[in-house]
Design a binder for this molecule. Structure first.
Ligand code: PMV
Length: 364
């Protein structure tokens, strides 16, 4: 599919008002997206586990406006007006308005809340943009009853990508791939797809315990970080490596090769941070406790042979990944040795999830 396939036909009658509510999960990348071109086109393909517990719930109440000019919306986080989120939504509306042109016909009340604590260092942009995109798609589906589910999901992912790249991987579960890759049929830079190859059952109920090492705001935002890949001395090699890692993962997933999985996932996490450290200007998002945790995981794995590993996103928090079969040992290890490195001992137990879902209004 190409961009213009997401332009809608003429709408018939626009409903005067309504309300839709969606809950969308966060996701954790195994092969990382870091670097982008114009219009949120990724510089390399990526793949992620969809999460379950970390999620954003968004309600959009819409009412017809007098005139069709400009965007009109109010935004509430946990019931309180949130003026500082408005520019991001304004930019999102500008980017998506050709694809969902009804948005200029309505005034929107956007009410959003996250399942995870506000300042936990967990980015809400992926789940937030996914939930909002699904709400818009739900309204569009009311205008076009013939819309198929496959198209609904693809276009929701397409819109979410325009809000925040990784958000396009937060529509469906459990393993989502985004970005053109020559050996992955149907892969696209425009939206995420369900991973199309065989995945051994060991990878189908993975856990992700998120250790909250540093809850404050990041010193460098993802968008600044992505941009620094433009003149980065190692960019081309890094982008090539992401393609190769997706090829390697294909075998790993088919064979249920946990050792191979760990090698790729940990290398991807450290490469992401190596790119940050070798950007111009350079920066470091890991904290001393991030490194302590990594070393303890390596030591524990060596001692016990328990297949537990880590990944990182663009921050200091550590995602500890492990299969269901070793859950008890992993949790014990985390509590005994790793929690001490978390800010106020805080961590979140999450696991692979099935993707976003619509909520019946007012029942959340
Ligand atoms: O979606 P963004 O622009 O916030 O970028 C996300 C980048 C990483 O989380 C570091 C990697 C990824 O693929 O999710």
């Amino acid at each position: 599919m190409i961009q213009k396939d997401f332009l809608p036909n003429q709408y018939s009658d626009l409903p005067a008002e309504g309300k839709v509510t969606w809950k969308a999960p966060s996701n954790i990348a195994l092969v990382k997206y870091w670097g982008k071109r114009e219009n949120q086109i990724p510089a390399n393909p990526s793949i992620s586990f969809t999460l379950d517990a970390c999620a954003t719930t968004t309600s959009v109440t819409f009412s017809k406006k007098e005139n069709d000019s400009g965007f009109s919306f109010d935004l509430f986080l946990d019931g309180k007006p949130k003026a500082d989120f408005k520019p991001k939504i304004q930019t999102f509306f500008e980017r998506v308005s050709d694809y969902v042109p009804f948005i200029t016909s309505y005034h929107f009340k956007i009410e959003t809340s996250n399942s995870f604590p506000h300042s936990s260092g967990i980015a809400s942009s992926a789940s937030g943009m996914a939930a909002l995109s699904l709400c818009l798609m739900d309204i569009e589906r009311q205008l076009d009853a013939t819309m198929e589910q496959g198209f609904f999901n693809k276009k929701a992912s397409f819109l979410a990508r325009l809000g925040s790249g990784s958000a396009c991987r937060s529509i469906e579960g459990c393993l989502i791939q985004w970005g053109m890759h020559s050996d992955i049929p149907e892969s696209s830079d425009l939206f995420g797809i369900k991973y199309p190859f065989k995945v051994d059952s060991v990878f189908k109920n993975f856990h992700d315990t998120i250790l909250l090492v540093h809850k404050g705001a990041k010193q460098v935002s993802s968008s600044v970080g992505h941009n620094l890949m433009h003149d980065h001395p190692y960019a081309e090699n890094r982008f090539r490596q992401a393609h190769q890692n997706l090829d390697k993962l294909k075998v790993v997933f088919t064979e249920g090769d946990l050792e191979g999985f760990i090698e790729i996932v940990e290398s991807e996490a450290l490469t992401l941070h190596a790119m940050m450290m070798t950007s111009n200007p350079y920066f470091i998002l890991m904290k001393p406790d991030t490194l302590e945790i990594i070393n303890k995981i390596w030591d524990f794995r060596k001692r016990t042979q328990v297949p537990i590993c880590f990944t990182l996103d663009a921050g200091a928090n550590v995602h500890v990944l492990y299969p269901e079969a070793v859950k008890e040992q992993a949790i014990q290890f985390i509590q005994n040795e790793l929690v001490a490195h978390c800010e106020n001992g805080h961590y979140i137990c999450d696991r692979i999830g099935k993707g976003a879902r619509k909520l019946v209004q007012n029942i959340q």
